[in-house]
Design a binder for this molecule. Structure first.
Ligand code: PMP
Length: 354
């Protein structure tokens, strides 16, 4: 740290992204990326758009907003695109929280929420999950601030039913409720239709997972036009050109090619179920995942050992060094071949440690 670093950031502990190895070729099951390439149409549109790089991108993202509004059945002023959904989540912390409006989220959830709260100097309460890692929705009533719920949750993969999400929204009319649907396409119900009914609901989604565009950085939020206006105020006060023109064009291509997305989701879900069954047969215990990852532990071999042995075998999974989570690993669902390699390696690890 330099001697110039502002006092207000000195104790900030940044979010730790999953490893992105440069040298050795790993089977990468650690950052919930899609194992499939993006839609050809997305790539084609992006390549064409790159020829106009001398021009700033459209701050209104008009073409993409039009396509997405139609796709999701919402108005154009009910949607806002950002640089990954991380950006809109940060905007929501900035827009709806302050010292009198704390943030509330589960104690086991996406690790970035606490970092967003910290960097924005926002007080926050982490509400414990039940011992089976599910959310007790009665813990989320009458809050005054903002509530952040990942649905499905991460890293557990457990989803709330839409009726449960609606109960949380209804029980917190004095708070904005942000439903982070980064993984919704792998088996949960989206709350997007509820935005017409509740002006305190903001739904965020991403093109990083089901649409295979993690490297393009494209996320968005859907909510009442008033909420979207607030978030635009933040956007235009930080970076009006937050979505670059190639990513914007790729986003349109991906929406036009939705059959490809649906097909990939179907494959990932089938592979997830197959891999989960194989892991259960090896003695693993796991949560019921509605996401593109499996959150599992073995009663006889520590989470850290499994993580390290897999790494030695050329397979990266995500291990969290936190007391509640350290016995688990979060394993992204890859292709069938990748999961076969994983099961084979894990079978050996378990065999050696019996
Ligand atoms: N929400 C959750 C729950 C996530 O796991 C992630 C990414 N890992 C994000 C949001 C952000 O994803 P992105 O910025 O790529 O859209």
């Amino acid at each position: 740290m330099s001697r110039f670093f502002s006092e207000k950031y000195k104790s900030l502990v940044p979010y730790t992204p999953g490893e992105q190895p440069k040298g050795m070729k790993y089977i990468k099951l650690n950052t919930n990326e899609s194992p499939f390439p993006p839609s050809k149409k997305a790539v084609e549109y992006a390549a064409r758009e790159a020829e106009k790089y001398q021009l700033y991108s459209d701050p209104e993202c008009a073409e993409l907003v039009n396509a997405a509004a139609q796709f999701f059945g919402v108005e154009k002023d009910e949607i806002l695109f950002t640089n990954g959904s991380d950006e809109i989540l940060n905007f929501a912390f900035m827009a709806y929280c302050d010292k009198d409006h704390p943030a509330y989220f589960p104690n086991i959830t996406y690790g970035f929420y606490s970092v967003f709260a910290e960097i924005n100097n926002i007080p926050y309460t982490e509400i414990p999950l039940k011992s089976d890692f599910t959310i007790d929705i009665s813990d989320y009533e009458g809050k005054k601030g903002a509530i952040f719920i990942a649905n499905p949750n991460a890293p557990t993969g457990i989803a709330l039913a839409l009726s449960e999400v609606e109960r949380i929204i209804k029980a917190n009319t004095q708070s904005v409720v942000v439903i982070d649907e980064a993984y919704v396409d792998f088996g949960a119900e989206s709350a997007v239709p509820l935005i017409k009914k509740y002006d305190n609901l903001l739904v965020t989604q991403t093109f990083s997972k089901s649409r295979s565009m993690a490297g393009a950085r494209l996320g968005f939020g859907i909510g009442s036009k008033e909420l979207i206006r607030d978030l635009n105020t933040i956007k235009y006060s930080t970076n009006p050109y937050n979505v670059n023109r190639t990513t914007m064009a790729a986003g349109v291509g991906a929406l036009e090619d939705n059959d490809y997305t649906l097909e990939n989701c179907k494959r990932i879900i089938a592979t997830r179920e197959r891999a989960a069954k194989a892991l259960r047969e090896l003695g693993f215990e796991m949560t019921e995942s509605s996401a593109n990852f499996i959150f599992a532990r073995h009663p006889k071999v520590s989470g850290e050992k499994i993580y390290l042995d897999l790494k030695n075998a050329g397979i990266l999974v995500r291990h969290f060094n936190k007391p509640d989570l350290c016995e688990y690993n979060r394993i992204t669902v890859g292709t069938d071949e990748q999961m076969d390699a994983l099961i084979l390696a894990i079978t050996e690890i378990i065999g050696e440690n019996k």
